[in-house]
Design a protein around this ligand. Structure first.
Ligand code: 5AD
Ligand code: SF4
Length: 432
């Protein structure tokens, strides 16, 4: 049996797509391996969101190509957003195949063709309707599962490559999603994350995202429900209401603010103002006490002045996110913002980024320290990395928590009293 190794970069959608690809290949007689040395086929599932992500993968591919000298039958391929973006141009990187995000079902056929004659294959046709019906991803890990509910994006934020690599929005049938959630729940994954580039615009017949969430909440085989990614402009009161009322939807939301300045937000084509974003945060906090809110921020968007940057900084001080993923703006060819004439020098972008990182580190630490004394439900996932006398898991508000315990606790939900906060990890002790 031929063995496939997949290395995944980028967002959760890519993690989920890798699971889909593993399933497609397993159904065609391949097996999946975590050991690159064992692989007959190496696949890189790639991300195009920033130049740095692309360069990293290109470096990795160049490194692994030397394996072909020892194993002349080894095939190396690229899938994901970079495959979609670069297609045939990846030929000169000496890879064997490039497969875009809508063509994964063709992988078995492509690999068979490569066995017959070694010739570069590029299959990156966009299929506007592709939702991979009838394929159940082989979920990796043990306790947390991603369930894709929609693919693609219609928003065209001016910095973002995703609408170009992943095409337009399309939603999976509600019944398929609910069946998959139950299936993963029965298989022991109790913490399920619904996935889409913009889950709030999920729409299938008369079911919108709020209704889908409500239905998913009724599934008894799971205990926790999360979702990413939400676009602030589409996060409705109805969704906030369902989050507040449902038992399983966790007290955690990732909501990308990107900037705290109206003019920058307008030029990003985000469709909301800083005041509107703040209002949503307040609504969420009023409806769901103790909700953890995390965000994404871009520093140095074209034309961003020092004052505009400081609006973002001040908004982060005002909102106090539990965590923020902060990025230096990276121009992506083909996007509108890459053509804006007022590109910010690298040095300024970096300086701004570092200022945001420093601020958020302090806020995150304080937010985590606020948890001391609380009793939290922890879903135990593994032994701690540092000691086999300790276990680690996640709280409903997505904070990693480590406490003394044996491996018998793995897979269980336990109540833990928080005693300390170290960096982004909570420490505690079992209460029972
Ligand atoms: N440059 C920097 N960051 C970007 N992101 C998306 N596109 C870019 C870009 N061109 C960030 C956004 C998004 C996250 C996934 O990546 O903050 O929310
Ligand atoms: Fe990267 Fe965006 Fe593609 Fe995800 S959808 S892999 S973040 S470019």
């Amino acid at each position: 049996m031929k063995q496939v190794f997949i290395e995944t970069y980028g967002c959760q959608m890519n993690v989920s797509d890798s699971e889909l690809v593993i399933s497609i290949l397993e159904n065609s007689g391949y097996s999946h391996t975590d050991e690159i040395e064992q692989a007959d086929i190496i696949i890189f599932n790639t991300c195009s969101v920033r130049e740095h992500a692309e360069n990293r993968v290109l470096g990795r591919i160049a490194n692994e190509l030397s394996r072909k000298k020892q194993n002349t039958d080894l095939k190396i391929g690229v899938i994901g957003c970079m495959a979609q973006r670069m297609g045939r141009n990846l030929n000169n990187k000496d890879v064997d195949f490039v497969v875009g995000v809508d063509q994964y079902h063709k992988l078995p056929q492509i690999l068979a063709e490569l066995d017959e004659k070694s010739q570069f294959i590029n299959e990156t046709t966009i299929d506007k309707k592709q939702i991979y019906p009838d394929i159940y991803p082989t979920h990796q890990g043990n306790f947390n599962a991603f369930v894709t509910i929609m693919r693609g994006c219609n928003n065209f934020c001016t910095y973002c490559i995703v609408p170009y690599t992943r095409g337009r929005e399309r939603s999976r049938p509600t019944e398929d999603i609910l069946a998959e959630i139950d299936r993963v729940g029965q298989a022991g994954f109790k913490d399920v994350t619904l996935l889409g580039q913009n889950v709030n615009s999920y729409h299938y017949q008369d079911v919108n995202f709020a209704k889908l969430l409500q239905k998913a909440d009724q599934i008894d085989s799971i205990k926790r429900l999360r979702f990413v990614t939400s676009h602030p402009k589409d996060l409705s009161d109805e969704v906030i209401g369902v989050m507040a009322e449902s038992d399983k939807v966790c007290e955690h939301l990732h909501l990308a603010m990107q900037s705290g300045n109206d003019e920058v937000l307008r030029r990003m084509n985000r469709g909301y103002t800083a005041a509107h974003f703040y209002e949503i945060v307040q609504k969420l906090r009023a409806a769901i006490p103790n909700i953890a809110i995390t965000t994404d921020i871009i520093a140095g968007f074209p034309g961003e002045t020092d004052e505009q940057f400081m609006d973002t900084y001040k908004m982060m001080q005002k909102i106090r996110f539990d965590y923020a993923f902060t990025f230096k703006y990276s121009p992506r060819a083909g996007t509108k913002a890459a053509q804006y004439p007022e590109q910010i020098p690298e040095e300024t972008r970096l300086k701004r980024l570092q200022k945001l990182i420093k601020l958020q580190q302090q806020i995150t630490l304080e937010k985590y320290q606020e948890q001391i004394g609380k009793i939290k439900e922890i879903y135990v996932e593994r032994l701690s990395k540092k000691s086999d006398k300790e276990v680690a898991g996640k709280s409903r508000d997505f904070k990693i928590t480590v406490f003394p315990g044996s491996k018998a606790l793995i897979g269980k939900f336990v109540q833990v009293k928080i005693t300390d906060a170290v960096g982004w990890t909570l420490r505690g002790e079992l209460t029972e």
